[in-house]
Write a protein that binds this ligand. Structure first.
Ligand SMILES: [Zn+2]
Length: 402
């Protein structure tokens, strides 16, 4: 038997055999132990290149394995010198106490926090240079890694802004003597490959896009189609002398204290103004209902009395209630009663936010309904505004035909 041997402290060996180490890691540790303890030295002058050559390993694989050992404090690199941390108490990773059946076997290796140098677009050569030239004031065998010490080994690059972000050290948290998962380790500050700043920006953009989409869907539903949503806005309204007052009142409409009754012949843009008003409050995030009389009837008809009352209450409470084209179609006593109830509810609670459009003036409405209850209520609540002008629908059609 050869009389040359390597003295390995039993505490070190005991701790090592309990560690879950890869073959490459064992080989790196073996090389370091052989070159330090095997020569009664505390550390060995080294380079990764030389180690890879001697171990006949590829350098990327070797670095990957070594990084885990450095992170866990089993290996300590100081400048160009390397040594094994012989006191397991000084490893940053807690020493595994129980093995075998007492402990659940982790079947999967945890996904590496640190990606390979090659994937991060960092040349291994550069990494070597840095690692050997970085001045190290830190004493060997620190109980835990000094944040930033291995920053050059372990920074993560945000794929969006290309900034290198250092890893974050998560202090170990023990629960019943066991290390909580995800603590006592370096954590990547990246989310989906993005740094916190970029991630916040992306989240904000996504939220804004969702808000816009929700609003669009809400407006399309409100107007009952794509056309009102696309066309009925204040900036696309053709203002002229005859409709200027209506336009101004609709645009400056204050839904907390005003009510508006817009009347005028067909096609002068009453619905346009009413929908543009509803849109504005929708965008402000208020509750808005935009209904035509038949839709209003469908909302409340054929429900049991309680449900009907709830439907009416909802229409009384909604911040903005637009009834478009009041007075069209067949008028029934029931429809009148429902609308009267909604008007009363809003009026008695001093609510604003009611917009009614109709082709009838209030007098004509009273004549049509043969009853002036609703007309006089509307007269008392609303700013009654006539919308004049040419029939825009007709005008457009003529322009189109010319
Ligand atoms: Zn970024």
């Amino acid at each position: 038997m050869n009389d040359s041997f390597t003295p390995i402290p039993s505490t070190l060996l005991d701790a090592l055999i309990r560690e879950r180490l890869s073959g490459s890691q064992w080989r790196i540790l073996g090389w370091t132990i052989r070159n330090t303890l095997g020569w009664q030295r505390t550390s060995v002058r080294f380079s990764w290149y030389q180690m890879a050559r001697e171990l006949r390993m590829d350098r990327a694989g070797l670095l990957r394995a070594a990084r885990g050992l450095l992170r866990d404090g089993l290996l300590v690199a100081e400048g160009r010198r390397l040594n094994v941390q012989v006191d397991p108490e000084h490893w940053t990773k807690p020493v595994t106490k129980d093995i075998g059946d007492a402990r659940h076997r982790k079947r999967c290796q945890p996904s590496p926090v640190l990606r390979r140098a090659k994937e991060r677009g960092i040349e291994t050569k550069k990494y070597n240079k840095e690692s050997s030239q970085t001045p190290q004031s830190h004493a060997a065998g620190a109980a835990r890694p000094v944040p930033g010490k291995y920053g050059h080994l372990s920074g993560e690059r945000c794929f969006q802004c290309k900034t290198d972000v250092p890893l974050e050290w998560v202090d170990p948290v023990h629960c019943n003597g066991k290390l909580l998962a995800g603590t006592g380790t370096w954590r990547s500050p990246l989310t989906d490959g993005r740094c916190p700043d970029c991630d916040r920006t992306v989240l904000a953009t996504t939220a804004e896009k969702k808000r816009q989409l929700d609003l669009r869907l809400r407006l399309i539903k409100l107007g009952g189609g794509e056309k009102p949503y696309r066309d009925f806005r204040f900036d696309s309204f053709e203002a002229m002398a005859a409709n200027e007052l209506a336009f101004t009142r609709a645009r400056s409409f204050n839904c907390t204290r005003e009510n508006l009754y817009l009347w005028g012949p067909c096609g002068v843009g009453k619905t346009h103004l009413a929908f543009a008003t509803a849109r504005r409050f929708c965008e402000e995030g208020r509750s808005v209902e935009f209904l035509r009389p038949p839709q209003l009837m469908r909302r409340v008809r054929l429900r049991d009395p309680d449900e009907e009352q709830r439907a009416i209450t909802r229409l009384v409470r909604t911040e903005v209630f637009v009834l478009d084209d009041f007075g069209i179609g067949h008028d029934t006593a029931y429809a009148r009663q429902i609308f009267q109830e909604i008007l009363d509810g809003r009026d008695y609670n001093y609510l604003g936010g009611l917009v009614v459009t109709s082709k009838y003036s209030l007098d004509a409405l009273a004549a049509k309904l043969d009853d002036d209850t609703i007309s006089s209520r509307l007269a008392g609540m609303c700013r009654v505004t006539e919308v004049g002008g040419v029939d825009l629908r007709l005008k457009r059609r003529q322009e189109y035909n010319e």
